[in-house]
Design a protein around this ligand. Sequence first.
Ligand code: UD1
Length: 433
Amino acid sequence: MIKYIVEGGRPLFGEIHISGAKNAAVAIIPAALMVTGPCRIENVPQISDVTILLGVLQDLGASVRYLNPHTVEVDCTKLRNGRVPYESARQCRASYYMLGALLGRFGAADVALPGGCNFGGTRPIDQHLKGFKALGAQVDTQGGFVMAEAAGGRVKGTSIFLDKVSVGATINIMMAAALAEGMTVIENAAKEPHVVDLANFLNSMGANIMGAGTDVIKVRGVDSLRGGTYSIIPDQIEAGTYMAAVAACGGSVKLCNIIPKHMDCITAKLTEMGVEVQEVDDSLLVSRIGPLVRTNIKTMPYPGFPTDMQPQVAAALCLARGTSVITDNVWNSRFRYIDEFKRMGAQIQVDGNLAIIEGVERLTGAQLEACDLRAGAAMLIAALAAHGISEITNVQYIERGYEDVIGKLRSIGGSIRAVEVPEEEPLAVSSAG
Ligand code: UD1
């Protein structure tokens, strides 16, 4: 176990290469279960969630080998139609995507529900289960497992209207439907870039999915998927996190290998806050020279402002002139990080899904404990912007979703290092994300 030591108060200058998208990778790796033949996935981020999911595939009988640090070849041809045990599922929430993938490929799935912390509220999967049932599967949840089984060994195409826009339900249903008999229509579907990336991945392996990126997705089921090569999109949230770091610390950083269109919802808010963002081909030059200005933020499904950027931008807003209001419309209680910010001198009040932030002149370094992935990233940003030294523990959360965060921050002038935590300081482990 390690902790990060951060000496804050320095502006950031330089260039960062953005990695492949975590939320796309954690959907595409389970989707590889559905493919017969070798499936080569490029631009795979080196993060612990990826390592865990590839391990789950191996346990199910897949062959997995890295061709280079960011390209992995997965062959699920000889897969046993298996059970994903709790020991595997609990380590990464996205292991529930094995449900849709196994149900599509074998007409049956038996997957433990992921446990762990969940932004301080519940993370229901009723819409996933509703979708599987509509596809003709009998679904039982018993002993912490979801068991789904389609009559006749194959799910059947149908129409599904999601009661709530859900990334996870859209992805799980799309996977099962890709190998269903007949046509499935998913209405009120999520439009996030990683939903589109998964559809593109499946199509490149022979699926027939139309409309991903709109709120109606049509999936014409095919009999099988064949191997191929696919490159994962750049990580919108990783790029946004470094943008928020520049906002909080000041300086000028070029973010390379991004899709500028995916960044619009974040760029718009940061611009309101006094950050300058220039688009050049597949990179953004992000600079903040003048003072930070207050703004209000309401999180929404894509193309709205992403809830996964709310904590990081809140870190910058702690230092903005005036009062900002953040409303999280996606998760009810995603403000557990705020008590840590308060110990750094931030002035914040939380009321339900609202956080009211009164900007202060400076934050001061403190001992901080990450409580989930994006909260951990937000604490890192606050620590980089604060005067003095901060220590961040529970950084395993941060490393679940950010490749080489220390190397990248150091390359732009951040003073951060990892040190071993002596064994007598126990650290919590959980699987939110
Ligand atoms: C994904 C992201 C997560 C992000 C979230 C919202 C991944 C691996 N994780 O999570 O980082 O914060 O999208 O952008 O991509 N809901 C239900 N019933 C369901 C499913 C969801 O009521 O069956 C509700 C949730 O409680 C939440 C909202 O729908 O209020 C959105 O959740 P969803 O989009 O499903 O989030 P995840 O896919 O879990």
